[in-house]
Design a protein around this ligand. Structure first.
Ligand code: AMP
Length: 389
């Protein structure tokens, strides 16, 4: 991958694709994590003598400009954290007006374009839009790892038209996640949770031959348990994945760990009645909403001594406090491996669990890209990453 050191910056205008798809409420940015994450790349470009033109998508506008999808509030939040003026350019990113405005920028200036998805060609990787965007910079930097799996104009399309490089954020994600695929230090333990087998099956298949242990939790565990003839009551499961689950267990049974007990609830609700039952003896009318205490102990024990750990997906319905325990203990257990193991966490829910546990600072790498990190771990070539080669 080409990195920032490959680019000539002095006096150049650099177009940077960032990921500013942040939560905004009543015109105010509620969580500026992604904005803060973009600062090192912006600073490096400014220090090198460039002017910086930032572009991002925001939400899913379908029919052109719409006030609620405007990036204007993000420009204000960026100004605050960057401690530097940010010129917000509200016209369509591919328009003549935008081109005129960016041509006025001087070295050291920073501008943010309006939502690039207001351009109908963006998601189609439209050739005409690629040409228009390419006029906005002398060089292009991709720093939006969360969008690197999209072959869109602002990601891979414009890259082919300009000298280009990966920003620091994209580079760090590719390096960190790459270590989970190439020569991981052993023992290598992966924890996968979340609602559905079907969402993560490609990752599971790609990682199984590489790992020493795969710990399965969350709703997806019940498909595996049912495939072994277990009684899962009313627990979430996918009948169309049963054969696949069975095949994986017969091929990799020595690596896969499933819950031995669960916290079962008599309804899908915070105030449900609960009982701890064996994972293959869940009574009718009850559903497993978290891993049970014996499973928590077994999983925590499996993590001890690990040298490489990847975790994606909650162990239960952690949004309900009574069913957050398994996820919280796993977060703490992964955090406690600091200094002993290389630890990586990906996926919004596991990231918020680790943030809540107060152990986020003890994780080697927390991935910012949900879909992109899963696709990379599936072994897919991401269009954005390929475009930076
Ligand atoms: P994912 O986005 O695939 O990581 O799935 C996360 C979602 O899975 C969360 O909203 C959890 O509430 C849900 N989930 C986890 N465990 C269960 C379970 N046992 N039953 C139903 N949903 C679950």
């Amino acid at each position: 991958m080409q990195t920032l050191n490959h680019l000539d910056l002095k006096g150049k205008r650099v177009l940077v694709r960032v990921d500013y798809n942040v939560p905004v409420k009543n015109g105010k940015v509620e969580d500026d994590t992604r904005i803060t994450a973009s600062l090192p790349t912006i600073q490096k470009l400014l220090d090198g003598g460039a002017s910086v033109v930032l572009m991002s998508h925001f939400g899913r506008p379908k029919n052109g400009p719409e006030e609620k999808y405007s990036l204007k509030p993000v420009a204000e939040a960026l100004e605050t954290v960057l401690k530097h003026d940010v010129k917000f350019i509200g016209s369509l990113p591919g328009s003549e007006e935008t081109l005129r405005e960016v041509q006025e920028l001087k070295p050291g200036d920073v501008a943010l374009l309006e939502n690039v998805r207001f351009e109908m060609g963006e998601e189609k990787n439209d050739a005409a839009l690629n040409d228009k965007l390419a006029k906005l910079g002398d060089a292009f930097v991709l720093d939006a790892f969360g969008s690197a799996h999209r072959a869109h104009s602002s990601v891979s399309g414009v890259a082919s038209k300009l000298p280009h490089a990966a920003g620091g954020l994209l580079e760090s994600e590719v390096v960190a996640l790459g270590k989970l695929l190439e020569n991981p230090e052993r023992p290598y333990v992966v924890i996968i949770g979340g609602a559905k087998v079907s969402d993560k099956i490609k990752v599971i298949k790609n990682l199984l031959p590489r790992v020493d242990k795969l710990l399965i939790g969350g709703g997806m565990a019940y498909t595996f348990i049912k495939s072994q003839g277990g009684k899962i009551g009313d627990s979430i499961h996918e009948d169309d994945q049963l054969d696949l689950a069975k095949r994986l267990l017969s091929e990799y049974g020595d690596k896969i760990m499933l819950p031995v007990d669960v916290i079962a609830a008599d309804k899908f609700a915070e105030d449900a009645n609960t009982q701890v039952v064996k994972s293959n003896e869940i009574p009718d009318g009850w559903q497993g909403l978290d891993i049970g205490p014996d499973t928590v102990s077994a999983y925590a024990a499996a993590l001890q001594g690990a040298k490489t750990v990847f975790w994606n997906g909650p162990m239960g319905v952690f949004e309900f406090e009574p069913f957050a325990g398994g996820t919280n203990v796993i977060a703490a257990a992964v955090g406690s491996l600091k200094g002993q193991a290389y630890t990586v966490i990906g996926g919004g829910d596991s990231v918020s669990a680790i943030n809540k546990s107060g152990k986020a600072g003890e994780i080697d790498h927390i991935s910012t890209g949900g879909g992109a990190s899963l696709e990379l771990l599936e072994g897919k070539e991401l269009p954005g990453v390929k475009a930076m080669e």
